[in-house]
Design a protein around this ligand. Structure first.
Ligand SMILES: [Zn+2]
Length: 343
């Protein structure tokens, strides 16, 4: 790949639709959190030592590091600092709009009062928009592995406590042993209250999980959906109904959903005419960021600048931004491309 496309991507205005709150904490953000708990955490507060700490040996190690970062989110100020820091890192990548997947259940269960939690993310959202021009919206997700108790609590936090920036309701965690249909009542309630349905599906289990997400949970977008390519009828359905897929290439490699990046089915998805969006999932934890994911996708798909701008437009189209916001951001992308091509 030419260096040119990387420079193009670095300046390209972008939206991100599949990225997790705690999983977005960069070594810089984690160092600041760790410094608050010096002597009471195994996480180093020195950025260089942290970079070492963030070098994963295997997936079990990733989980261990992820949980040690979760352990640094102990009060509402930590939540605010994390969210604001994540937005600052997004601004550096020219991310203008992000739907950030937040798992409020984890923080509230650990003792952060629900109202304080919501105030913290909302304060960070407003500050980030004012200071960096990054517009944040929330997807509250059920941590599937924590069962129906967490589903009930996430529905309560979304619908009874709520947050101004909340737009969607999700479902994350492992898919194996966590059937999607059991979460139907919670998705029904969330959808009735006007939230969009965006469950993870077809990441580590097959296309039937994507069907469940569509038919039972009313999914409007699919988190990952990597395995959809195994079912031609599903591919037709996704195409016909223009259901976007939130594709996260490096994440799929890190979690061994694909063995080699060259085997990633993004090409089949695009060739089938699906609305493919490119995302980073848990970027620092997977040693990536959104710009890198765009570069990976550009290489896999053989895209030039105009093609990459098309990917960026897909994310705007698939987002839950209002029409005015979509028109503005698409206009920014088009203007950037036109400027690039005039050089
Ligand atoms: Zn995810």
């Amino acid at each position: 790949m030419s260096r040119g496309i990387e420079a193009f991507i670095a300046g390209l205005p972008k939206a991100e639709l599949h990225v997790h709150h705690v999983g977005s904490a960069s070594p810089r953000v984690v160092a600041a959190l760790a410094a608050r708990y010096e002597g009471r955490t195994a996480v180093p507060a020195d950025p260089e030592a942290l970079a070492e700490y963030f070098t994963f040996t295997d997936f079990a190690h990733f989980i261990q590091v992820y949980l040690s970062v979760v352990d640094l989110i102990r009060d509402a100020e930590d939540v605010r600092a994390l969210t604001y820091g994540v937005a600052e890192d997004m601004a550096r990548q020219q991310i203008r709009y992000a739907e950030l997947t937040v798992t409020p259940y984890s923080s509230v269960r650990r003792g952060i009062p629900d109202v304080a939690f919501m105030e913290a993310i909302e304060d960070a959202r407003k500050s980030a928009e004012r200071d960096f021009g990054v517009v944040l919206r929330w997807c509250f997700d059920i941590p599937g592995e924590a069962g129906l108790v967490s589903a009930e609590e996430t529905a309560r936090l979304a619908l009874d406590v709520g947050a101004e920036g909340l737009v969607s309701f999700g479902l994350g965690g492992p898919e194996i042993g966590v059937p999607r249909p059991q979460f139907k009542p919670y998705f029904d309630r969330a959808r009735a209250a006007g939230l969009h349905s965006v469950p993870h599906a077809g990441e580590s289990t097959g296309p039937e999980t994507v069907w469940d997400a569509l038919r039972v949970l009313g999914a409007e977008r699919i988190g990952h959906g990597t395995q959809s390519v195994k079912d031609p009828a599903l591919m037709d359905y996704l195409g016909e109904h223009r259901i976007p897929l939130e594709v996260c290439p490096t994440s799929n490699l890190a979690t061994r959903v694909v063995e080699r990046i060259e085997e990633h089915p993004i090409r089949q998805m695009v060739d089938a005419g699906l609305l493919v969006t490119v995302n980073s999932d848990d970027p620092p934890m997977f040693g990536t960021d959104l710009n890198t994911e765009y570069a990976v996708a550009a290489k896999l798909l053989g895209l030039d600048a105009a093609g990459v701008a098309g990917l960026a437009r897909n994310s705007v189209e698939a987002s839950f931004l209002d029409q005015g916001g979509k028109t503005r951001l698409t206009g920014e992308i088009d203007a950037y491309l036109a400027g690039w091509e005039r050089r």
